[in-house]
Design a protein around this ligand. Sequence first.
Ligand code: BTN
Length: 266
Amino acid sequence: MSEAYFTSARAIPEPHVPAGWKVLPFPELDSTNSALKRLVEQGAELTEGTLVWAKSQTAGRGRAGRAWVSPPGNVYASYLIAAPAEARAAPQLGFVAARAVVDTILDLPRHNAAPPAVTCKWPNDVLIEGAKVCGILPELVTAPDGARWVVLGIGIDVEPVEVPDPAYPITALKLHHIDTTPAHVPTVLSRTLEKWLATWRRDGFAAIREAWLGCGPEVGSPLTINAGKGPVSGEFAGLDPDGALLIDNERGRERYVAGDVLMGTP
Ligand code: BTN
């Protein structure tokens, strides 16, 4: 990224972030996650709360190697967060982010008074009225000095997008009378993320798990997971203390650490 790139980016109305955090705004990037990972790997001097924000992405990435459709008008944000001491705790940050996104959506100005139903789908999706509005991609990255960071990528659809063959029904903030912009959403999100990060560090993952369950599916709801060996259906039985998904079915209680969840049965 050249100095000219930063100079041209300065003209963009950009998100505001809490004291001590910093925004690097871009008109277009391949992927905000890839750009922030490159900066870390190149040894750039970065601090926690650095936000790489782009108006559009040409190679937005989703979970499991999928593409994330990224036209102008939606939110493409990647935050730099100091990795937890144990690498296996890094995915906890996806739950922290999901909880922050729920609060963000409920804090945004709405045309009508009634708040929409905003819920979490395992592991890190946020739904409005049962359709996906936000995807989250946490990635571990190591700097040349050995410091380990999590790049926490968050995509939120403000405007409806055309996604060929979506794996899940999708929606957008504007379809729920939420009147906002791609710069204002990360302004609110940075505040809610700062708050939930502080809770995670102070009270541990147990507090995040509880908060996630507060907006997750009802225990006993039917769901189907595809973890690579064909779909498995059962009833949602909560989360293990480490965030793994628990499903009850005729085989007993099953535990999943990765997979794509569909609410209901196929
Ligand atoms: C998912 O598959 O649900 C995760 C989608 C994550 C998309 C966001 S958009 C900002 C950041 N940059 C990327 O390339 N991906 C994440």
